[in-house]
Design a protein around this ligand. Structure first.
Ligand SMILES: *[C@@H]1O[C@H](CO)[C@@H](O)[C@H](O)[C@H]1NC(C)=O
Ligand SMILES: *[C@@H]1O[C@H](CO)[C@@H](O)[C@H](O)[C@H]1NC(C)=O
Length: 386
């Protein structure tokens, strides 16, 4: 239980609700019994809530791949196009929250001295739109001249709208710090959230110079223990897990998704299906299933999990049910002009619309392309994808 100890430190501030009474407890045990704990990982930041009308809209930008070939014209031009896409989409969709689901930067092409300045470019449209957001990081965000940790630190510094955090030390394995959760409340004064957004770090890519070497491309087993301890703290502070909903974001699809692709049909699972999952396409494609501890913990401890959402494979847009865990998985939409591409794939986002704060209600989701075309609109509920 090495990680349980770490989890206590960085996770969150557990403060007794009534400071005056609890400041000098005469009896530890009574203190525990008599006072509900507050679990707040974002002291000092605005609480995130559903809209007054009971809805909540989330937009996912994925695989932005900023910073390709800065010594040529085409690389910087791609980034100008990606920024324009972000401005257009944010203006039209007006989301309540934005997720950047990994591969923000193509780290292979960046320079040690100024890699993270690309983060400033990426968050500029979000700062302009004043929209709260957070990020996961991908295999291209860990390279000789950039790391996930450096991107997180820079993002926190240049955007007050960022809710991205690093996991407590020891959680996530080497070069996989981006494991955290964000609570969404019905009303800002509520004691418990109705929705928890979970973010996981699937690592991958290469370690930084001078001895750059490949990094495992799956969520580390230490994250499984952390999920167990975090969900236990949530139950203590907020009550049963079933009283809230969840969505999980992780850049590289979980290993179990590779087997799901053969069950996908255009009728049952609308959306582009152009990338065959194989080598490098899912976590630990060497078929050893190294993300199993993470996958088991996520699916057993997090209730009302509406979907697990990944990018990484730019040619896929579908949502499908993973049968062994009975959980829905969705691909993002490739948003960036950088990164591999094919004629006709287009660029856009995945939207998620919660019509009600009811944690059991289905969630509407669809792909929106840059110019406004929408497709693959489905409701993620207990009937979807069967
Ligand atoms: C980083 O520095 C290099 C080399 O001086 C330059 O070509 C590149 O445009 C810079 N990139 C950014 C994002 O500032
Ligand atoms: C990393 O940055 C250094 C310093 O700017 C540069 O000389 C080197 O080529 C970069 N490495 C890679 C792999 O891009």
């Amino acid at each position: 239980m090495r990680n349980a100890r770490f989890a206590k430190v960085g996770l969150a501030i557990l403060i007794a609700q009534s400071m005056s009474v609890c400041a000098a407890p005469s009896n530890q045990k009574n203190e525990h019994q008599n006072h509900k704990k507050i679990l707040d990982p974002y002291p000092g930041k605005p609480r995130l809530t559903f809209k007054r009308d009971g809805t909540f809209k989330l937009t996912v930008f994925s695989d932005l791949h900023f910073g390709e070939n800065p010594w040529d014209d085409w690389g910087p031009e791609q980034d100008v196009n990606s920024i324009s896409l972000m401005d257009t989409v944010l203006g039209d969709e007006k989301p309540d929250y934005v997720v950047l689901n990994g591969d923000l930067i193509t780290g292979e092409n960046t320079f040690r001295e100024n890699s993270t300045s690309l983060i400033d470019e990426i968050v500029a449209p979000l700062n302009r739109a004043k929209v709260p957001f957070s990020s996961t990081h991908g295999n291209h965000d860990n390279q000789a001249n950039i790391t996930h940790a450096e991107e997180i630190t820079r993002e926190q510094k240049v955007s007050r709208y960022s809710y991205t955090r690093a996991a407590p030390r020891g959680v996530g394995g080497n070069l996989g710090p981006g494991n955290y959760w964000v609570p969404i409340f019905r009303n800002s004064k509520d004691t418990a959230p109705v929705l928890v957004l979970w973010f996981f770090d699937s690592r991958g890519g290469f370690s930084p110079n001078p001895n750059s070497a490949p990094v495992p491309d799956w969520v580390d087993a230490s994250v499984a223990d952390w999920i167990v301890s975090e969900t236990r703290d949530m139950e203590k502070a907020w009550g049963p897990a079933k009283s809230r909903a969840a969505v999980a974001f992780v850049h590289i699809p979980p290993h179990a998704i590779q087997a799901v692709q053969s069950t996908v049909t255009p009728e049952k699972n609308p959306g582009m299906n152009a990338d065959i999952l194989g080598s490098g396409s899912v976590q630990d494609s060497s078929a050893k299933n190294m993300d199993k501890p993470f996958w088991d913990a996520l699916n057993s401890k997090v209730k009302n999990l509406h979907a697990v959402i990944s990018g990484h494979d730019h040619g896929n847009e579908w949502c499908a049910r993973e049968p062994t865990k009975d959980v829905i998985f969705c691909f993002d939409k490739h948003s960036g002009y950088g990164g591999y591409d094919s004629a006709g794939w287009g660029h856009g986002v995945r939207n998620l619309l919660f019509h009600t704060p009811d944690p059991k209600a289905g969630v509407e989701t669809w792909i929106r392309l840059e110019a406004g075309e929408t497709r693959a609109r489905v409701i993620l509920d207990k009937h979807y994808g069967r």
